[in-house]
Structure formats: C-alpha cells, structure tokens
Ligand binder design. Structure first.
Ligand code: PLP
Ligand code: COI
Length: 363
C-alpha cells in the first residue's frame, strides 16, 4: 500500500458519553484512562503494510500461540499531544519517536514502519479523540504506539506477521500527587542492559527485566531504581523509564553518553539542546556512582534530575545503595531542574518560542 494512503475511519458507534468522559478526564493520573478509538496497521511478508484504520478501541483476540506471547518480539514508543491555550493541538517531536521506533524494529528483527504511517496514525487518532484532552492543568494526551509479532507459530524466528497499533490515554502527572523530588535505589545486583544487548531499543523485554529491581527499590523505601553498567557495575546508566542528568556547582550539566546500553531519550536530547542554546557547558560523559556520592557530599554536585516523556523533568532528592545513602543538594527541587522543567513545558505547551521546530501542529 502507498504509505500516504489515508486511514480508514470506523467511528466508535458507542463512545463514552460526554458526562462520563468529563469525570474520567478531570484528574486522569497516568495510564488508566483510554479514549474511544485506536489506530491499527497490519504487516505481512506477502502484503507489506496494509489495512490501516482508526477504529473503536476494543479488546484484541489473539491465538495463544501468537509469537509475541512467547518470545516477546515487541517494541513501543511514548509521546504526548498538547492542547495549547488557543485551542490548537501539537505533538512534540514525533519524527524523533518515528525514527527511534524504526531503530527499535531493526534491533528486534521487525519490519520498519515508514515515518509517514507512524505520524499519520497518531495524527488521525488524536483528531478522532480530541475531546479526550484532560481538563487538569499540566494534562496531555499520551500516545502509545506499539508493534507485536502476530504470527501464530511456536518456532523461534522473526515473525512473518505484525500488528502496529496506537492507543491514546488522557494523562495528568506520572507521579501520584504531582512532581516532587524522588528517591533512588542504586541496583548493584541487577543490570538493565549489557553491551550488544537491547538497552538502546524500546522493547517491552527491557521493562520486564527492570521490574524486580524496581520492586527491590520500593522494598528499600525508594521510589525508583537507577541502574549501573553491566560490565564494571560502576557507571550510572539510567532509571527504569527515564534518563538522568547531573548539575554541578560551576553551572555545567552532565548526562551518560549513548553507548548502546541506554535509551536515547528525546527529552534527554531536548534538554541537551536547550542547555547548549543557553550557553551552558554540557558533557555527555560516564559518571560513576562513587563520584556521584563524593560530589554530592562535597557540594561540587548541586542537583540531579530524571527525565522522560511520561515523567517530564523530575528532581532527585535522595540516593541509597546497600551500605550508603546521600542527599542531593537540600533534597528539594534545585533551580536548574526547575528551569529545565519550566522551559521544556513552555515549549511543549506553545507558551515559548520553538526555535528548533519541535512542535508538530495537528490541523
Ligand atoms: N529511558 C527509558 C528506559 C525510558 O523508558 C524512557 C521513556 O521513554 C526514557 C529513558 C526517556 O525517553 P523519552 O525522553 O524519549 O521519553
Ligand atoms: C515514557 O516516558 O513514555 C515511557 O515510556 C516511560 C514509561 C511510562 C515506560
């Protein structure tokens, strides 16, 4: 099919009634409130991409021998649409998500979805469900594109059929009660990604393997886990679903480099660009857990924050490991962290200039 072919629109014949929708979008938190429609595109060896449609959101019926259920050939993305003060709607950097989705697909031996189908499906879904933007301040429509191996076969091989879908979800803050400094547990036992592995791909398996470490973090009284590199178990990599930044007394900022074991975050990239635009000294360099602790204790390091589409910019207040604990700055939200949070959300919400054309308007 031509990748420019329009999506067939099959309107939901029984959408959620407006009064009930109003209740659901008043304070939706994260990940539980879904809209009336979803996007679907199929791929098969013989037909390529076909059957693109926007249809009523419903359950999937899958054969128990569907490949994804056994061998986890699955990838996903996460991006947001924002309703601006003038009523217009914009996506934030969807071309970057489309490119990362292709990168993830290649790593998982899946077919690459053309960017115009990726972005076109999201545009069509957001237009269909434009009434689902949350009414809460700071709200957005969180889009979850994903692709699964849908062939029914138990042999271990790249599937011959795939299903690409997009869900839309009304979203408030990722954190219960809004943004506040989080505490991190440093996992010295579990690693998230190894050299040559899938750390830079956004595949579901990465999240499955992070959960036991996240469980341990909660058991230790922390909010989130932070992973170290798998080889030396020294270098800070990222959280289960967020990249990490360090802010120093001299005003410089640092973040781990993209060595193949961390996700190349679009929020991370945007913050690096904004920092460079502001004339800050920026380093993409390895940083060890021992150095982090020493710098926090000496005052050389003043702030740390986590960042991602869902979590936006979240201050890190405290860090703990098996036999140590330290506080970052005062344990509160630092000035630089707050500045990045404000600057990024101002661009996303159309309240500040957008010099890099990150906003993608939806007519
Ligand atoms: N790291 C991981 C493991 C993630 O799941 C995410 C979220 O998507 C990020 C980092 C941040 O990426 P982005 O800023 O593109 O949302
Ligand atoms: C995102 O920020 O979009 C993520 O994917 C993080 C998490 C919800 C998986």
């Amino acid at each position: 099919m031509s990748t420019r072919a329009p999506f067939v629109f099959e309107p939901n014949s029984a959408p959620v009634p407006a009064s009930e929708r109003a209740g659901r979008i008043a304070d939706p938190a994260f990940g539980r409130v879904f809209t009336d429609h979803m996007a679907m595109v199929r791929w098969s060896d013989d037909k390529g991409w076909h059957d693109a449609k926007i249809t009523a959101r419903t359950t999937l019926t899958v054969d128990p021998a569907t490949a994804v259920l056994h061998y986890a050939q699955e990838i996903f993305e996460g991006l947001k649409a924002y309703r601006h003060d003038d009523g217009s709607i914009a996506l934030f950097r969807p071309a970057a998500n489309a490119a990362r989705f292709r990168d993830s697909a290649r790593r998982m031996a899946m077919p690459e979805l053309p960017d115009d189908l990726f972005i076109g499906s999201i545009e069509a879904l957001v237009k269909a469900d434009a009434d689902w933007f949350p009414s809460v301040e700071g709200g957005s429509l969180y889009l979850r594109p994903f692709m699964i191996a849908s062939e029914v076969f138990l042999g271990v091989k790249p599937a011959g059929e795939y299903l690409f879908m997009v869900l839309a979800s009304s979203a408030g803050s990722y954190w219960k009660g809004g943004v506040r400094p989080v505490s991190l547990w440093v996992s010295h036992d579990y690693s998230r990604a190894a050299p040559g592995g899938t750390g830079a791909a956004k595949c579901g398996g990465n999240y499955a393997t992070s959960l036991v470490a996240q469980q341990e973090a909660i058991r230790r009284g922390c909010d989130q886990v932070v992973f170290l590199d798998a080889t030396e178990r020294r270098w800070i990599e990222e959280l289960g679903g967020m990249n990490i930044f360090f802010v120093f007394e001299d005003g410089s900022i640092q973040t781990p480099p993209l060595t193949g074991t961390i996700l190349p975050g679009i929020t991370r990239d945007s913050i690096l660009q904004m920092a460079r635009d502001a004339g800050l000294t920026v380093r993409e360099e390895l940083y060890s857990i021992d150095q982090w602790r020493a710098d926090a204790e000496s005052g050389r390091l003043t702030e740390s924050f986590a960042c991602g589409t869902a979590a936006v910019v979240t201050p890190i207040g405290k860090v703990a490991g098996p036999d140590y604990a330290f506080t970052i700055g005062t344990g509160g939200t630092g000035q630089t962290t707050q500045r990045f949070l404000d600057a990024l959300t101002a661009v996303q919400r159309g309240r500040a200039p957008d010099p890099h054309n990150w906003l993608h308007p939806i007519a």
